[in-house]
Design a protein around this ligand. Structure first.
Ligand SMILES: [Zn+2]
Length: 394
């Protein structure tokens, strides 16, 4: 794209006068993204069951591709020849790629982390392979996403002891190797990843070190791995408070609607998760009270759409009864429910952005939580998280 434009500019449009929520324009080479934003995950740069055209039609502004899958197949050489992933898959808007490290550690049996990089056994021929910070950036430079992620040292959030500190410090060393290896800094922004598990001092130290680097945005990593929700929100709140106000903050792996609302209140701008499309494959549609499982018999004669006021192409044309009749039989059912679920997430983010602009975000949060927990108490962690940013639910 244009050589004179920086790879990312971030302009805050409005800030909630009560909580830490804000809405911004994040200008990337391929698209100006409105935040807070949810990024659907396309494993091989296609969302399971959705076409780029459909995503554009529902105003999806940025999506995420997995470097591990793309780096193996089609691979960096082919992607370079194809002119990058945008061209290859026909997606003209913004893209973000992960580093590939998390996928390796979570998917592959014999992954091992050394100072040099992540060693693993090739799932194709069993040979020993090594993903270094330099190699991860080389692949991500070939893919050409607008935002790329540093390779980080991934530990389970439930790990304790010296390993957490080692991983945090190695993550900082690796970000320097990534920045050094970066071949396209005018077109792509590397986001470093704040690590440090559930340890407040390590998180503080990590933010302090990472904010000394010249980067355009930051991610908070190592969460959504089975930790208590009470720990989750406290780490998010701590990190968002320490990270600079004038750069985007991305909380990795968050996608449940209630979590998105809480994290926006805590000052997070970007999210990604496989949840909306994964749950669609199990026949579950997202609604304002959570999700409904369309496989259940009670939907056999339910002639309402998945959600009554939804404007997605699925809800305009199809009933719960129809979806129930095909949901485990026909692949088109997975497609139709995925369309709705991604639309639901995008609409939720749009509604939050609008409410922040007109200084109605706390009211939005109260209404959202009332609907989501219509039959039950709002969980204590949500009350406490919101109360930490001055939003009371009563
Ligand atoms: Zn819908």
């Amino acid at each position: 794209m244009s050589g004179s434009q920086p790879a990312l500019t971030f302009k805050i449009l409005a800030e909630c006068g009560v909580s830490k929520a804000r809405t911004s324009l994040m200008a990337l080479p391929h698209h100006v993204v409105e935040t807070p934003v949810f990024m659907p995950v396309g494993t091989k740069a296609t969302l399971k069951g959705l076409l780029p055209d459909q995503l554009e039609a529902m105003d999806c502004q940025i999506m995420l591709g997995n470097t591990y899958h793309l780096g193996t197949n089609p691979g960096p050489e082919l992607l370079t020849k194809a002119g990058g992933l945008h061209k290859f898959i026909g997606w003209n808007r913004a893209l973000l790629t992960d580093s590939g490290g998390f996928q390796m550690v979570s998917l592959l049996k014999f992954a091992e982390i050394l100072e040099e990089g992540v060693t693993f056994e090739s799932p194709y021929n069993g040979s020993k392979m090594l993903l270094t910070p330099e190699e991860s950036i080389k692949i991500q430079n070939a893919i050409g996403a607008d935002i790329i992620m540093q390779l980080d040292d991934v530990v389970s959030v439930l790990t304790t002891g010296p390993r957490v500190e080692e991983a945090m410090n190695r993550t900082v060393r690796w970000v320097d190797r990534c920045l050094e290896a970066h071949g396209r800094p005018e077109e792509q922004s590397i986001f470093p990843i704040v690590q440090g598990g559930l340890d407040e001092n390590l998180r503080r130290d990590c933010v302090k070190q990472l904010t000394q680097r010249k980067v355009n945005g930051f991610a908070v990593g190592g969460l959504s791995g089975g930790e208590a929700k009470d720990d989750f929100w406290r780490v998010v709140n701590l990190c968002s408070g320490l990270l600079p106000r004038d750069k985007p903050r991305y909380c990795m792996g968050v996608g449940f609607a209630a979590d998105l609302v809480v994290c926006v209140a805590l000052g997070i701008d970007m999210f990604d998760c496989v949840f909306p499309t994964r749950t669609a494959r199990f026949g579950c549609g997202l609604v304002e009270t959570g999700q409904i499982n369309l496989k259940q018999k009670k939907y056999a004669l339910d002639f309402r759409p998945i959600q009554e006021d939804c404007e997605c192409s699925t809800c305009k044309r199809y009933t719960r009864a129809y979806l129930h009749s095909i949901v485990t039989v026909e692949t088109v059912a997975c497609h139709l429910v995925s369309v709705h679920n991604v639309f639901y997430q995008l609409r939720l983010m749009r509604d939050m952005r609008e409410s922040i602009k007109i200084q109605q975000f706390p009211q939005f949060v109260r209404k959202f939580m009332k609907n989501m927990f219509v039959d039950s108490e709002v969980p204590k962690w949500i009350r406490e998280a919101l109360s930490a940013v001055n939003i009371s639910l009563t």
